[in-house]
Design a protein around this ligand. Structure first.
Ligand code: HEM
Length: 240
């Protein structure tokens, strides 16, 4: 039953309940129905059902992380990729051809078809190298650590510049500032230094949404590139 805000409903047993209470009852009933049908629980339900472990503030912060990461970072990285494709129309043409080839047999966008877009994968990776949506991450040392020739004491806050790492000429070559998806061809990937490419960070606290993120970016790009041709009056070097 849908009730207007703050309205009061009379139950069969004569007890009245507000819309908020009704909604809560309906929400809980729906949750148990969902739980009975699915082995998996959704993220917010996990947090709420473990209310003794998470404060309201923590639940709020976790949801914020997911919204910020799931929407904002994907949106930003998609925008950067589309911008690079608009600047590099020859790369866009190759992406278009791959899309047509993959979807000519099966028009459906799904996990399998998206995974067959291997050149688009290279393009997205090169976009994440050149214009990473998360350019800097921070950590605090839990103990003394040695980095190269330096000893960093415990309790120091470090900023790690993913953006600069991705443009190091000693790693990526003299043309490090230029857009070239061939850097991520299977042959070149095999030669790449470990930890030289960290758009999703690495280690225990790396991005838990990285596979989903790539699928989401691919889905948007497939829908746009098979319908539109993008152009821009810019050069990669002119981006500030
Ligand atoms: C292109 C899109 C994305 C990029 C570039 C990205 C990048 C990153 C990076 C660099 C970190 C490490 C942050 C740090 O160490 O401070 C991170 C963490 C995280 N990401 Fe993503 N992310 C993306 C999309 C997503 C999506 C779609 C989700 C969820 C659906 C997600 C969920 C998270 C979460 C929950 C963490 C924190 C993990 C932890 O602290 O243990 N991200 N992401």
């Amino acid at each position: 039953m849908i009730l207007p805000p703050n309205s009061v409903d009379i139950n069969a047993n004569g007890a009245s309940s507000s819309k908020a209470e009704k909604d809560e009852e309906m929400g809980i009933a729906m949750y148990y129905e969902y739980e009975a049908e699915n082995e998996r629980k959704n993220f917010i339900d996990h947090l709420i059902l473990h209310g003794d472990k998470f404060s309201d503030e923590e639940i709020h912060d976790h949801i914020y992380t997911f919204v910020a990461a799931g929407y904002e970072k994907v949106a930003l990285q998609t925008f950067y990729t589309l911008l690079l494709l608009a600047i590099h129309v020859e790369v866009q043409e190759k992406v278009y051809e791959e899309i047509i080839e993959v979807f000519s047999t099966d028009g459906k966008i799904n996990y399998e078809s998206l995974n067959r877009l291997t050149y688009l994968d290279q393009v997205i990776k090169e976009s994440m190298r050149l214009l990473p949506a998360v350019p800097i991450i921070g950590r605090e040392t839990q103990e003394e650590v040695e980095i190269g020739t330096r000893k960093i004491p415990k309790g120091i806050q470090l900023m790690m510049h993913i953006f600069d790492l991705h443009r190091r000429k000693d790693i990526w070559g003299e043309d490090a500032n230029l857009f070239n998806p061939d850097r991520f061809s299977p042959k070149n990937e095999a030669k790449r230094l470990e930890n030289s490419f960290l758009p999703f960070s690495t280690g225990l606290r790396d991005c838990i949404g990285k596979h989903y993120a790539i699928l989401a970016i691919k889905t948007i790009i497939v829908n746009l590139i098979r319908n539109y041709k993008l152009t821009a009056d810019l050069k990669t070097e002119e981006l500030t």
